[in-house]
Design a protein around this ligand. Sequence first.
Ligand SMILES: Cc1cc2nc3c(=O)[nH]c(=O)nc-3n(C[C@H](O)[C@H](O)[C@H](O)COP(=O)(O)OP(=O)(O)OC[C@H]3O[C@@H](n4cnc5c(N)ncnc54)[C@H](O)[C@@H]3O)c2cc1C
Length: 555
Amino acid sequence: MAMRLKRHVSLFESSIRRATVPTVANSLCTRCRRYASSAAYPENIAVLGGGISGLASAYFVAQEFPRSKITIYEAEKQLGGWIRSQRIPVPGGDVLFEHGPRTLRPGRDSLVTQKLIQELDLVGDVLATPKKAPGAANRYVYYPDRLNLMPGPGARPSYFDLAKSGVFAGWHNILAEPFQSRRDGSIRDESVGSFLSRRVDKRIAQNLVSAIFHGIYAGDVWKLSAKTLLGTAWQLEMKGNSVWDGWMNIQGTNGKGTDTLISPHHLDVRARVNQEIKVDSALSDALRDCSVFTFKNGLQQLVDALSQCLKTYSQIEVKLGTPVESYNLLSNGEKQVEVTTKDGKPQNYDLVISTLRAPALTPYVTVMTVNLYYSTPNLNPVKGFGYLIPQGVPFEQNPERALGVTFDSDAVQGQDSAPGTKLTVMLGGHWWDEWDTYPDSQEGLELAKSLVKRHLGITEEPTRSNVGVWKDCIPQYTVGYEDRLRDYVEKTKNQFGGRVKLVGNQYNGVAVNNCIEQAWMMARGLRHNGWKEKATGLESRVVDEPWSIIPVNQP
Ligand SMILES: Cc1cc2nc3c(=O)[nH]c(=O)nc-3n(C[C@H](O)[C@H](O)[C@H](O)COP(=O)(O)OP(=O)(O)OC[C@H]3O[C@@H](n4cnc5c(N)ncnc54)[C@H](O)[C@@H]3O)c2cc1C
């Protein structure tokens, strides 16, 4: 352990050296350096929130500014935010329960995460589930009263059964999409449900698509924004007379096969990632052809390695159990931000990175997770990643108001030392909007047991279980989000003169990969005096420019 820690630290320090020599030192001549050093980098930086966004921000900012003193403020007694993995002793060994996120997706969005995994020396602990393994390939949607295997790589559904269940009802109307007139140009946004109803068929929104959105956002397709979450289709509609027509119109633009649209922000991220992120073959080989990945000790292992690494770096201080109450720009001409905590003396910082929630921007939903472990293996009637429950399922089939169930013992192999069946039931989300109180642990367990009995036929008592209610845990990118974000960025920029940068799951996607990528983008934006600019770090996200046309396969 000690050796490993030492290696973390030396890797971190050498990456800091690599990153800073050309940026800070070389950019200033010796004479200037003597006088300008205090202004060449922010001497004191505060990171508000110690979830994955805050930890990754501190890590990447320390690489940019190794001489800055960085203070991480975390309200809770532990770091990691929603990432919480726990080892539970069971007869014959132990099993890992994930209370929050459980897996990450490989692919382009994960490249910065992969860089982090390499630098933290976690490559040997990565557990990747191959795309063709049943635990990845078999994904189900429960509709109206049964599990339906979805088509996809490695899955062999019965199309007859799928047609009979009605889960794909309305899809044939996709053929009529080119004949539906395009939206009025004055419409600034609409819900995912409304967009799909207008373009194709309401049943698609209610059934299949709502199931997917339950899996990612625990959200309501009739509230979530089509402009934000179905961005490409939303843009294509205005490139022609329909989405299909828009798609056809952009083809041939690059003369390199099929073309697609990309937002200015994603184009920017892609260019910078391509330029700077190099992933070793050991890791890229491990993740090739995998569907999801995690670590031997769960996602907590990423948080633990990151926090260990940060704690051993003398310039970084972590303040646990220290909720930030407010932060304000000082009017002392220094352009400093004063951070006030509940019971401490206010502290001044040259730069603040806030990962705190922004309720003015996004409402949040509350989710309950119920981890169930049965010592009997193979209790599930099918093998797979799990199943999602659409909004269109009749009430009597989902009175518990569940969102879905993951088959953890199939989806990730290699975390548990005892055999058995492991499931997680997710309940609540938008179904619990406006609720004043939520089910307690005992009620939650009963709800989960009644659900798996009806849906999976599991009647056995779980050997171990854990119930968690995660209040306001997932931000909802609801209709009008893009306009609200633009106003929020503008307001924050003006209020703090650019000395507050914004990172977190309410800006660029809720996945852990999105949070890490954003932290990296923010940190590299501080280079070359970028930290002094009147900007929040989200400017490319709200820029009002047309989307670009690029080949689908462009790296
Ligand atoms: C149940 C669940 C399942 C999920 N599943 C997945 C998944 O499988 N894969 C995936 O990629 N993503 C998943 N996600 C999403 C992902 O986990 C989160 O979006 C991500 O972890 C958010 O990280 P964050 O640092 O932005 O925010 P948070 O994790 O919320 O961290 C913010 C931190 O700030 C602290 N804080 C709050 N207020 C203050 C204050 N005033 N002062 C100081 N500190 C404060 C909090 O205590 C917290 O530690 C899931 C989320 C949930 C809830």
